[in-house]
Design a protein around this ligand. Sequence first.
Ligand code: KDG
Ligand code: MG
Length: 408
Amino acid sequence: MKITAADVIVTSPDRNFVTLKITTDEGITGLGDGTLNGRELAVASYLADHVVPLLIGRDPHRIEDTWQFLYRSAYWRRGPVTMAAIAAVDVALWDIKAKAAGMPLYQLLGGASRNGIMAYGHASGRDLPELFDSIRQHLEQGYRSIRVQTSVPGVNAVYGVAAQSTDGLRYDYEPARRAPLPAEEDWDTRAYLRHLPGVFEAVRNEFGPELPLLHDGHHRMTPIQAAKLGKELEPYDLFWLEDCTPAENQEALRLVRQHTTTPLAIGEVFNTVWDYQTLISEQLIDYVRSAVTHTGGITAMRKLLDYAAQYQIKSGIHGPTDISPVGMAAALHLDLAIHNFGIQEYMRHGAATNEVFRQSFTFTDGYLHPGEQPGLGVELDEEAAARFPYQQAYLPFSRLKDGTVHDW
Ligand code: KDG
Ligand code: MG
């Protein structure tokens, strides 16, 4: 089999997505996701200008060789743009291989290790009544694990609180904003640290001890602040505390870990196994948060998660709406196959996205399943995609009260 064409499709149904479609001389096609929120066109150019010419004529079955060739022959290594581009190629090749085999992709990864994939959804509210309503809505939609994000008194706009998006410019389901400039948000870590434990106490009192609860600190704390929060949240038995510090400093997690038994999840902004080397080998985290889309695809994620498994660290694959249905499907096949599965993030895409990307996965009683179609189980409707051209969009950023830029 030979690759005869590779097309980069940028579409913006509910938000921007970058999709690579690889076509072969046997008529089998494969899809890969290369979406990098707020920097989509950089990946589209990396693919179209630098990678597509290298793919034509290659044997699509040589997935490992193609991965190593793209990673090593570029000379310049790692980074979110490069690794998203490699991921798009890798996932499209796995899609082709599985379609050629006539099997759903998870079968090629070793077959199912479980019946379904436990997923968590994003509940949020400006105050407790609104937060409780949001949790109830998620339970009604079938979620059995819930991420809890809340406003902080004195702070106008907080990451993850959907009801605060009142400017009409944000996407429905995530914080990026269709506009020529990023939105500015405010932040006060001390106010957040005072407020959050009380919110979790109230949620536990209302919803009982069994419901798995998660929280995302979104990189905003120093190590000692994160240690304090982790310790104060211990009575509320979190499933995980995510991104408590900006973890490009892996050593910072040693300090957090010394002080708290709250499980820690990190890695949605990482893109290779090297970003986790200290975190995994010293058992400083409990869950790997990388996205298949941002970490070099299934080939690289499988190796990363196998490495994590040696240290009893589990998966918690990134699955917000900026991961396209193609990237989500790739995650679901991997989730089903690996032994050290932990949990899968699942935000719902909007109706327009579901029209562009036809999917075969199911969500029943808290569990996702990728379905039994050969390949990934996702089809791209290119005519529908063409109706939604790219729109410039940015993630917000934060400033402290005195005007200092802070981690968003
Ligand atoms: O593009 C940025 C989002 O993917 C990120 O803000 C979402 O933190 C996030 C999460 O945990 O889903
Ligand atoms: Mg996060």
